[in-house]
Ligand binder design. Structure first.
Ligand SMILES: Cc1cc2nc3c(=O)[nH]c(=O)nc-3n(C[C@H](O)[C@H](O)[C@H](O)COP(=O)(O)O)c2cc1C
Length: 193
């Protein structure tokens, strides 16, 4: 009986502790940072969720495994994810390996910006998704303005392009909201921490 009560108390406290979401990004000239802020806003609108927005270089190796959900964004360089973005994903994998953990029960989503409409955005997002899948995260995609699912929010930022405009920010917020809501839902299960 005592054991049942203890287990019940532990379950209730796990359910009441806020779901922790990290929105991390690499950005050299500010475009991906702007989209990251939209993702943060979307996640912050979900009750019971604590959201932290950080540059990749400000995320310590030791804190990486403390989040229930991670949204990560990076620019496209040479038609694929920028090397600094890949480096962050490598750090996430190394942190999980060192802690003898994996992404089971955790959720990830990705986003990117690029100068041109069709010059690596799909590949960059697929590369980031593939890395999170290899770590056993569950992936959540974005939602476009017609309601179709996407690989994740994106924006075209080159000369004459819209940049991180209202539509891109809306998709960023939609990813943040979905990531936070679905991460919260997944917390119903028990996950090794
Ligand atoms: C070294 C380098 C390579 C780039 N390669 C591409 C590319 O292959 N395709 C593309 O569409 N944009 C490319 N871009 C443009 C960036 O992806 C774009 O400016 C992006 O929005 C920058 O994001 P940031 O402001 O967050 O750094 C490149 C930019 C740099 C600096």
């Amino acid at each position: 009986m005592k054991l049942v009560l203890l287990l019940l108390a532990a379950t209730l406290s796990a359910q009441q502790s806020p779901v922790r979401i990290l929105v991390a990004y690499h950005s050299d000239t500010g475009h991906t940072a702007k989209l990251a802020e939209a993702v943060r806003k979307g996640a912050a609108g979900v009750d019971g969720v604590a959201v932290i927005l950080k540059k990749d270089s400000d995320v310590s190796d030791t804190e990486i495994t403390s989040y229930d959900g991670i949204a990560f964004g990076a620019p496209v360089h040479w038609q694929s994810v920028a090397a600094d973005g890949k480096r962050f994903l490598d750090r996430v994998a190394a942190a999980f390996t060192a802690a003898k953990l994996n992404g089971d029960g955790r959720i990830a989503g990705v986003f990117c910006t690029a100068g041109a409409t069709s010059s690596g955005k799909d590949l960059a997002r697929l590369e980031m998704i593939a890395a999170f899948l290899a770590m056993r995260f569950t992936i959540v995609g974005g939602v476009d303005r017609e309601g179709f699912g996407t690989l994740g929010p994106q924006a075209t930022t080159g000369p004459g392009a819209p940049g991180v405009d209202a539509a891109a920010e809306a998709e960023g917020r939609a990813l943040g909201e979905r990531l936070a809501r679905l991460t919260k839902l997944s917390r119903g299960g028990s996950v090794k921490r």
